[in-house]
Write a protein that binds this ligand. Sequence first.
Ligand code: AHR
Length: 332
Amino acid sequence: MKKALAIALVALVALSGVFAGGAQESAAPAASDNLIVVGYAQVGAESDWRTANTQSFKSTFTEANGYRLIFDDAQQKQENQIKAIRSFIQQDVDYIVVAPVVETGWETVLKEAKDAGIPVILSDRMMDVSDPSLYTCWVGGNFIKEGEDAGKWLIDYLKKQGRSNEKINIVTLQGTIGASAQIGRTEGFGNIVKTQPNWNMLAMQTGEFTQAKGQEVMESFLKSYPDIDVVVAENDNMAFGAIDAIKAAGKTCGPNGDIIIISFDAVAAAFDSMIAGDMNVSVECNPLHGPRVAEIIQKLEKGETVDKIQYVVEEVFDTSMDLPAVKATRLY
Ligand code: AHR
């Protein structure tokens, strides 16, 4: 719970508009409240997945649920996240939650949080630190497994199409280089590529997890490589951009088209894209981490121990399924 001094400091910071590098949102606290104060250093707003993740935190960490959330949007910049964490430390929050933009470069600021006695919970993406005691725990998707699931799906799909022995030309639109979701999906899909001698990875380039950049990189892939069989987009928004580029180039994609589209996240718009016949498959990455992090905080409040690494169970969705029925059961 917040101390009186810390409450006064939060109020001062909120009122003076002295915020961290990103766009920080917080209501000025009442001096007598008993809320648990959580600072969330979010990556940005680069994708539908990220929007769903932000919404999950904002709808979980409410005053009605006993929390005050200080939310910072780092606009995909690590330096903004570091500034946000320092601002949370200065405000003496009860917990810091970080979805790190990239894995490396966090030791110094995590040490500052540890010295201040503030637990740091990692959500979604991981940090690569030499001292694991610098953070309390991590919860998120298994990105290597997601990449491997995508590769296994392609083996199975080509088999059903009678194309197992054909030469298959692949391009990959990678996420933000150095982000766990990029590292894991690239590695996982690469593990399966190694087992298929007839698969040929023509090119891999970052599309920064955004639709606009995904479209731009796909346009250049199409100019350089006239015979692409498969696009692996490391998130749905880059896949949407790639689909636009493919159509603009006069080609087709999806189950009845020239190019197979493999994607990740399984957001609502990906279901629409599969139902429309543009995308073949989306490997789920579940963004609803707000309640999971709240459960961790509640355990810590009671002095209970929590598992250091907590993977979320995820599925694979493709056009062989009753997608409208599945979509109707989903929350994002
Ligand atoms: O870290 C999760 C990834 O980040 C999601 O796949 C992507 O859409 C987001 O930007």
